[in-house]
Design a protein. Structure first.
Length: 484
């Protein structure tokens, strides 16, 4: 008998609930470790879920009951961390699955948090800004009442359907009820920069997706096995979903030399094997409220069909359960970069692996968001902008080195050349420089860590990523003395 939880609204139909899918993938990896069944079970289960319903007074005076959730999957590290999603399909199973993915994601990139996720079951397009504000503030208040939010407890962030505006409402509401105003800024990440946000957070997930795909393409031997040339340059890409993650990923991939041949949104998709100019497409969409009928491109009215277009790299960046056993056999891409959470079902994952595709798994590839959220949280707790104390010092140090070179070589450089070298070399890192470099280092390092584990255990990258995180979470429990 299915439980109330997994019948609620699964995106995976007959292929099992989303949380079941995550656990199937976990089990596939767990056989490569030798932890006791008890410890593995403790890692898998979801520690706590808060399901709430509260009234919303709509602008027309009517009252509507809103359903919302917050799941904290793992308290092996605190605070727990994870986005808040506003979508029609939100349900208990979904937040549990997404919270579990957060646990594994944080472990893969060594971000010291447990996993969590929140969701409100609404389509934000059906509510006015004032209504969204009332919903967000009430949700935050409910979380605070039950101790499901706080700098050291559980720290939300943006996800599908939410952004910096919602995070600012959450901060303001939390600040008004907390008795620890000193650290209140760290109760939520993804805030506007003027409200304690960190530079680079908005585009962080998409930028991380780019770093991860670029790193995969840079391994010549792996590309050769797929029949592809090494490097990102010239690779054809199809992207599903042009929201926060998809848009920024598309932008960085295009800048990095990839060719965007297909773009899909909920209203339909467009295709041009010669390449689509992302900014021109976005302008066209703002003007006509649709990406369809873009000059020079072919319309694909059934948006899901875009996943099956011919391309080197497919980037699903919308929602879970997009590639299932029914369409997986028709996917032509050699590389699948999972920018969304759970876009490929467990059964479809097997189909794609058998076809020889390289799947760069969600729990690694979209970890850029939580990585930069971690930098934001650190900034909030330290109450100082990253780089504030060192920037000018670094700039002067570099100038002194250049002057020392002049002295030691007993050569006076031409003033214009010296000025050019100074401007190229003698600068201190800004907050954005530090955030982006920390992000790049994290994404490149983690890719190579899971790639090596995959070789060692002879597994695909997803299984390797799970092995990496299972080992790290297990070590935490063992260090706490809970499990031998
Ligand atoms: P978003 O709301 O900014 O954008 C999602 C976009 O997908 C929207 O433009 C929407 O219209 C489009 N879309 C919805 N259904 C579609 C369909 N069937 N076909 C094509 N397009 C469709 O959300 P987001 O923050 O970009 O999140 C997208 C995915 O990335 C989610 O799975 C989310 O969990 C994951 N993610 C987000 C972050 C983050 O920092 N925002 C971090 C990690 C993972």
């Amino acid at each position: 008998m299915p439980t109330a939880t997994n019948t609620a609204h699964t995106h995976h139909g007959s292929e099992g609930s989303f949380f079941d899918q995550v656990n199937m993938m976990f089990d596939k990896a767990a056989v490569h470790t030798d932890f006791s069944p008890g410890l593995l079970n403790q890692i898998k289960i979801c520690n706590s879920v808060y399901h709430m319903e509260f009234p919303l007074v709509r602008d027309n005076g009517e009252i509507e009951v809103i359903q919302a959730f917050r799941a904290e999957h793992s308290h092996h590290k605190q605070p727990t961390k994870g986005g808040i999603r506003y979508a029609d399909a939100v349900n208990e199973d979904e937040v549990m699955a997404l919270a579990a993915l957060m646990t594994y994601k944080c472990a893969v990139v060594d971000v010291p948090f447990g996993g969590a996720k929140g969701g409100i079951k609404i389509n934000r397009r059906n509510y006015s800004e004032r209504e969204l504000e009332r919903i967000t503030r009430r949700y935050t208040f409910e979380l605070a009442r039950k101790n499901f939010i706080g700098p050291g407890v559980d720290v939300p962030a943006p996800d599908y359907g939410t952004g910096a505006r919602e995070m600012a409402w959450i901060l303001d509401t939390y600040s008004s009820v907390t008795d620890n105003p000193l650290d209140a800024l760290a109760c939520v990440t993804g805030k506007p920069v003027g409200q304690g946000g960190v530079r680079g957070r908005t585009e962080a997930t998409g930028r991380g997706v780019f770093y991860g795909i670029r790193e995969a393409c840079n391994h010549a031997e792996d590309m050769q096995a797929l029949g592809l040339a090494p490097g990102l340059e010239g690779k054809t890409v199809v992207i599903q979903g042009l929201g926060n993650v998809g848009y920024h990923a598309a932008n960085f991939l295009q800048e990095g030399g990839a060719v965007l041949v297909g773009l899909a949104e909920y209203e339909g998709a467009i295709y041009n094997p010669q390449g689509l100019d992302l900014e021109a497409v976005m302008t066209h969409r703002r003007q006509t409220e649709s990406i369809l009928d873009f000059p020079g491109a072919q319309n694909i009215p059934n948006s899901a069909a875009a996943l099956e277009l011919e391309c080197d790299i497919l980037v699903p960046a919308a929602l879970e359960g997009q590639i299932r056993t029914d369409n997986a056999p028709r996917i032509q891409a050699k590389v699948i970069g999972e920018a969304a959470n759970g876009p490929v079902t467990a059964a479809a994952d097997t189909v794609l692996n058998e076809k020889g595709a390289l799947i760069i798994p969600d729990m690694y590839l979209n970890a850029g968001g939580v990585t930069v959220s971690y930098f934001e949280w650190l900034r909030n707790l330290s109450h100082v902008r990253h780089g504030r104390m060192s920037r000018r010092f670094e700039e002067h140090s570099a100038r002194r080195i250049l002057q020392a070179v002049e002295m030691l070589t007993e050569k006076r450089f031409a003033a214009d050349r010296f000025a050019k070298v100074v401007s190229d070399v003698a600068f201190g890192a800004s907050e954005a420089d530090l955030v982006n470099s920390g992000l790049e280092d994290t994404m490149v390092g983690a890719y190579n860590e899971i790639r090596e584990l995959g070789k060692q255990h002879n597994t695909d990258l997803r299984t390797a990523a799970f092995v990496s995180s299972i080992k790290k979470v297990a070590a935490s429990y063992q260090q706490m003395g809970i499990f031998p």
